[in-house]
Design a protein around this ligand. Sequence first.
Ligand code: ATP
Length: 247
Amino acid sequence: MSAPLLNVNGIEVIYNHVILVLKGVSLQVPEGGVVALLGGNGAGKTTTLRAVSNLLAGERGEVTKGSIELRGERIEKLSTSAMVERGVIQVMEGRHCFAHLSIEENLMTGAYTRKDGKGAINATLEKVYNYFPRLKTRRGSQAAYTSGGEQQMCAIGRALMANPKMVLLDEPSMGLAPQIVEEVFEIVKDLNQREKVTFLLAEQNTHMALRYADHGYILESGRIVMEGAAKDLRENEDVKEFYLGMG
Ligand code: ATP
């Protein structure tokens, strides 16, 4: 079997030199896969994504043990921009659009590292609008005045503007109505299948995530307590009881 695109191997993460949050997390993401990282509030999902995309330093956090490899290359000491150059983009929880910019200006900020010229960037913009027709309609609107769903779409669209290989998606369903959540997940599926974008998505919405992912990991208090094919996790009695609310 070929090496996974992403290999997180036994990482520990400590915030502020003292708070141990991840206690030996290992997970793999195959190229072209959709992998869900599940767990409740404070389990360590965001921290895991930050460790991969190297956003920990800004939070006074660091990986103190273990390793993270992208296509076999150790990446835990790389900068966030070096990760962007390698095609790894994080879409943060809470969406993080620039409120005062228009939807289109927000999208264009995602292309800031690209060196392949205006024509190629405009072609990506058109592609993003094809995936998210709502964004095209709202292209001139200030992000602050768009809906939560539109802002989530804008955040994903902005990540796509960088031509990513892998998107780390943090709680895409948060605060959205069920119908919009479904719309967002359908687009994730399309992007995975048609554009071959690999996804690692952190979700509390286990039910929805396991419908769209191929594989899932369940985090509890900084440790992976269960993993498996999404279809097996959906049928697993413990998962049903503790995470799907149908025990
Ligand atoms: P949520 O769904 O609530 O975002 P999560 O599974 O993503 O949860 P994390 O945000 O990774 O969990 O948080 C894991 C633990 O790390 C929590 O106890 C949290 O309080 C702590 N933590 C997160 N960020 C920091 C930080 N910058 N400084 C100190 N502690 C932090």
